[in-house]
Design a protein around this ligand. Structure first.
Ligand code: NAD
Length: 378
């Protein structure tokens, strides 16, 4: 069936506009090839929105995102807006968007490409078989809990952040993680700090309760300090990792090392509402912004996740993933992967392979060739 969709695009700051432009080129190519129609609306978020409107996300931009079928985001932030005493910060736009769309679960798959194993600081034998997905709770915990702020009492400044979780917040993220695991290797690792934190003890008990409703799936509890170590020493042991907001923020950056570069990893944020939010896991990379050398793959793969989760277009999602895989196998590399290709050049290479993938999908040997590609044999 042909899709008609409106996608709200928030390029943001730094390399955000460069990588979202690249991903839109790929999305345009795939939608044209498969007969879908997409229209885009563009909005400011982060530092550029602060400059234009003195707020990191306007109500109008948030409303436009809520009205769209899906949202594509680049990244926010940069040294210009880094002053810790500034009344408005770029990240507030991101948090307001996630909260406003009600996207409580952030999915971050990590599956290193065999051809890129040398780009990772880990030994190839540790990376073999790594195929994990981190499910990070996104709208609760320390980033949102109240009270929050700095207070001056008796001439001394006190800073407070509150780590709070309600049982229904934990239950819905656990259910998402277990459902995902049912379609994968049927293993959930719930990460917490139950030896110290009360919120983690609630987290753990709800994980155990949820597991009873999903008997096919095995549940492991793991302390966050152990998880941070195991992610590096035995990453292939993980299937679905579910964790609270801040632990997830940190662990996913650590997991990105497995893939060889921050620039490779996509993410999808989903919730009870219908609008999904898709963004690469990296930040605005001010050190390379404007140079045209950012790796666009994390954002391009985020668009594949959008096609899969928001539009149920599995064939189109796989076409993008296969084209990216093929491009890597053919030796195309941006600077972060040790190569010389620019953002646009890499994108053009991916699009040209997308055309090949479609040709193969329509050929006689579809299944065989696609499986071989996925297995990295071609
Ligand atoms: P970062 O992810 O922006 O960059 C870390 C390193 O990875 C840098 O050396 C950068 O050049 C490199 N890198 C990142 N993405 C790349 C890509 N696509 N291609 C090639 N190299 C890439 O993290 P940071 O430097 O800690 O933060 C920079 C700014 O981004 C800060 O203002 C931070 O607050 C913000 N940030 C935003 C988000 C977001 O928007 N979701 C996430 C993290 C950080």
């Amino acid at each position: 069936m042909n899709m008609e969709a409106t996608i709200a695009v928030l390029p943001g700051d730094g390399i955000g506009p460069e990588v979202t432009d690249a991903a839109i080129r790929v999305l345009d190519a795939v939608t044209q090839m498969y007969g879908h129609r997409v229209t885009y609306t563009r909005h400011l978020i982060g530092g550029c929105s602060i400059e234009a409107h003195t707020t990191a996300l306007t109500d109008e931009a948030l409303e436009a995102c809520a009205r769209a079928d899906a949202v594509l985001l680049g990244a926010v932030g940069g040294p210009k807006w880094d002053d810790p005493n500034a009344p408005v910060r770029p990240e507030q736009g991101l948090l307001a968007l996630r909260k406003g769309l009600g996207v409580f679960g952030n999915l971050r798959p990590v599956k290193p490409y065999p051809a890129l194993m040398n780009a990772s600081p880990l030994r190839p034998e540790l990376l073999r078989g790594v195929d994990l997905i981190v499910v990070r709770e996104l709208t609760g915990g320390l980033y949102f809990g109240q009270p929050k702020g700095r207070f001056v009492e008796g001439g001394k400044t006190r800073a407070v952040d509150t780590l709070e979780y309600h049982e229904d917040e934990i239950e819905r993220i656990m259910t998402l993680a277990f459902r995902l695991a049912e379609g994968r290797r049927k293993k959930v690792t719930s990460v917490d700090k139950a030896n110290v934190l009360e919120s983690s003890r609630l987290w753990r008990s709800i994980a155990t309760e949820t597991a009873k409703k999903h008997p096919e799936v095995t549940l492991h509890h793991m302390l966050v300090d152990t998880a941070s170590m195991r992610l590096i020493t035995s990453p292939a042991d993980f299937d679905v990792v579910v964790t609270e907001n801040m632990f997830g923020d940190i662990l996913t950056d650590e997991a990105s090392v497995l893939a060889g570069s921050m620039g490779m990893l996509p993410s999808a944020s989903l919730g009870a509402g219908t609008v999904g939010l898709y963004e690469p896991i990296h930040g605005s990379a001010p050190d390379i912004a404007g140079k045209g050398i950012a790796n666009p793959i994390g954002t391009i793969l985020s668009v594949a996740m959008m096609l899969r989760y928001s539009f149920q277009l599995e064939r189109e999602a796989r076409a993008i993933e296969t084209a990216v895989h093929r491009t890597i196998l053919d030796g195309c590399r941006t600077k972060d992967l040790g190569g010389r290709m620019g953002t646009q050049e890499m994108t053009t290479e991916i699009i040209s392979r997308l055309i090949m993938v479609r040709g193969i999908q329509y050929g006689d040997e579809v299944a065989v060739r696609m499986d071989e590609w996925r297995a990295g044999a071609l």
